[in-house]
Design a protein around this ligand. Sequence first.
Ligand code: UD1
Ligand code: CA
Length: 455
Amino acid sequence: MKHDNLAVIVLAAGQGTRMKSALPKVLHGIAGRPMLAHVLQAAKALDPARIVVVAAPGAEPVLRLSAECGAEAVVQQRQLGTGHAVLQGEAALAGFAGTLLVLFGDTPLLTPQTLLRLVDCAQTDAGIAALGFRARDPKGYGRMITERGTLLRIVEDKDAGDAERKIDLCFAGMLAAPAPGIFSLLHKIGNQNVQSEFYLTDLIEIARRHDLLVGVVEGAEAEMLGVNSRAQLAQAEATFQSRRRAELMDSGVAFTAPETVFISADTVIEPEASIGPYVVFGPGVTVKTGATILPFCHIEGATIAQGCSVGPFARLRPGAALDSNVHVGNFVEIKNARLENGVKANHLTYIGDARVGEGSNIGAGTITCNYDGAGKYFTDIGARVFIGSDSTLVAPVKIGDGAYVAAGSTIDGNVEPDALALGRARQVNKAGYAPKLKERALARKAAKEAQKGKS
Ligand code: UD1
Ligand code: CA
């Protein structure tokens, strides 16, 4: 639904020192997609009038990602705290009179449903609504100090006393408040605290002093995880994975051992597809209904149509396109190649930069030699072709419809439709020669041992 009276600010300028990484924290991935993109996706689901990302100076990838996600960006020259960061959006949002939703770029698991509840609370009461959750381990989070259900203030972990540290109601980092009034209150925040930062969380106390209503919306801990460290990143990843797997199962996808399957944020798996244990889906994969992925496959940038069977132990790389009922078996690698309906490549094969026409069979050990150390070349295999085992197809090369390539061939010239191609040395049989060979070998061995005995 369109929210013309809603603007979102996403804070993404923090250094993320606790990650110990050169990559800005908000660009670390969950399911292969930067945390910031997850947050922007949740924000976009609300269809707000504006989305403004607060970025650090020189964070080009953050600016690029923001633009790709349809958000504007402003730069926070110095990282003086979350309160200061929100203020960087003030000029960009001059003239905006509606609800401002503040999100942190390091809480990638939040859902649009929860954000809507937060916005609704702020709009119904025309005050500030802050999102909280009950944390099993509240360490590191701001604690929400309440009295008879009203929020008095938020105390940062580092500034909290022992009694306050015991409180398990934590601030998730999201709040909704009426603009432009909220910006003038943010200007009143000081930095007299342990970190000498301008804390967004101080807004609560200031708002109360100005008689603005302050409400708490509680959400599930699983959605609120703030990622400050590598361990928390891995925790967020695990939560995301189990959430996506549950959604896919609800939609009709079969998993034998869901906990062993890794899904990317953009993985599409249609109902009635079946996924075996230990399968990894990298970015850009679509699996259509009725397809079966057997155990231990690694799949990225690939489309797998109805009725296909892939694996076990298959690797599909970017540009692999399997049309209906294709069979790809163990130790088969496919890259930038289309396998048309009913193609079979069941064992130990590399197909790269190629087309394989309908109904063709690729024998075990077949290799498309697509690279000469400098350039990549294309192999075009027609329909109903039979490629015998252990053949090497030296690209560029074209094999016509209905052709037959004998096992063990090296094919570096085009093959006409319906032709038989033999590209191997002729076999020679020498009658009665085997015992003679064996006799000679045994004699050599005996001579060697006699020599050893003397010395
Ligand atoms: C913050 C909250 C804490 C809350 C927790 C939830 C404050 C003071 N503390 O703590 O109450 O429980 O999140 O996860 O708000 N950022 C900027 N510019 C800055 C500082 C931070 O853009 O100058 C961004 C960061 O990139 C990050 C977000 O703001 O996305 C939160 O900053 P972070 O330093 O991670 O705050 P926490 O210590 O986790
Ligand atoms: Ca954080």
